[in-house]
Design a protein. Sequence first.
Length: 433
Amino acid sequence: MTALMTVLGIVVFVVGLLFSIAWHELGHLSTAKMFGIRVPQYMVGFGPTIFSRKKGETEYGIKAVPLGGYIRMIGMFPPGEDGRISARSTSPWRGMIEDARSAAFEELQPGDESRLFYTRKPWKRVIVMFAGPFMNLVLAVAIFLGVMMSFGVNTQTTTVSTVSDCVVSANAKTDKCPAGAKDSPAKAAGLQPRDKIVAFDGHKIDDWATLQKDIRRTTGPATITVERDGQRRTLSADLISNQVQKYDSKGAPVQGQYVTAGFLGFTPASGVVQQSFGQSVNRMGDMVQSGVESLVALPGKIPDLWNAAFDGAERKPDSPMGVVGAARVGGEVFNLDIPPSQQIATMLFLVAGFNLSLFLFNMLPLLPLDGGHIAGALWESLRRGLAKVFRRPDPGPFDVARLMPVAYVVAGIFVCFTLLVLIADVVNPVRLT
């Protein structure tokens, strides 16, 4: 049964992956056609073609390797200085440029002169290239908000899980009560497990974050209103100062750092809580910020990935994962000891996270990514605008093909990084608990 659920989880993730890729390419396809650019191919996947069908002037198909997708547009790069596709040069760099230029004019047909990608205004090219990543962002936001507002998310609540017997500093080596230790303020006040705190010092409490802030800024007498066995009771507590765990602005613990603050002495229970639209938007904003920070920190994680892949070092929970690792995690989701509704929610979160990563990654201003083509179109618009302001001749379209040597280097780096992640995902995978 475990193996069956693992396979089911992998299949569900792969289907979500293929849909995400198709959705991305649909953004490019629809806007390209809207602006009259001819698109000979729309493909999901790479490698040998499994299925294809031509409709109108575009061939739609699925390929064997589900690691990406593409649409082929006519005239991605402008022709050479002589107005034609230049012959291949003996220079390897020039050869790369002319190979790219030649590919851009494959299947050129009579009448296509007015349907070339590079002939469109820069703002139209920006829209075409941005539409793909934008579709992933839309899908990620829709899934994240839908899951948080319907299924809910696992979060700390205002219900008491355990009550500390005594006052122990957060940086103590043990949580056992030393001889002569004072009772914790929570125990002295009569707080009990399963009590739900609904008010603190007369202020209504709806979430754990608010309650934690109120406790930490309070020392001395305070009242705590709880719901116990269907009835409300008001307890009197005398909070003290103590060394407690430090948290960052997102509510995540900062390892090894502590602060002096008000101390009550209980552990909150965790539970699945539906989020309001405002709470969901705030959480979504935090996820985008975390995604950007993770992308910036990616190069610094290469040594840990290398050690995990080849030296048997522990794979860190925030280690980058590839498609294989994500599929493996998808297989583990349906084996988690959680309710089926939360298994579905976790799988949806995984697919949404993949789409958010696709958006952020593709927006990097580097060829061959979409962001590189966007940067090229913006640069063309800028220099044409400056030429117009200073009454200089129109410099013409920016030849993005000249950047292809850089694109090959970037692509090579991406391939090497992908292989490293793949090896780490196979020999030392990230596992769910």
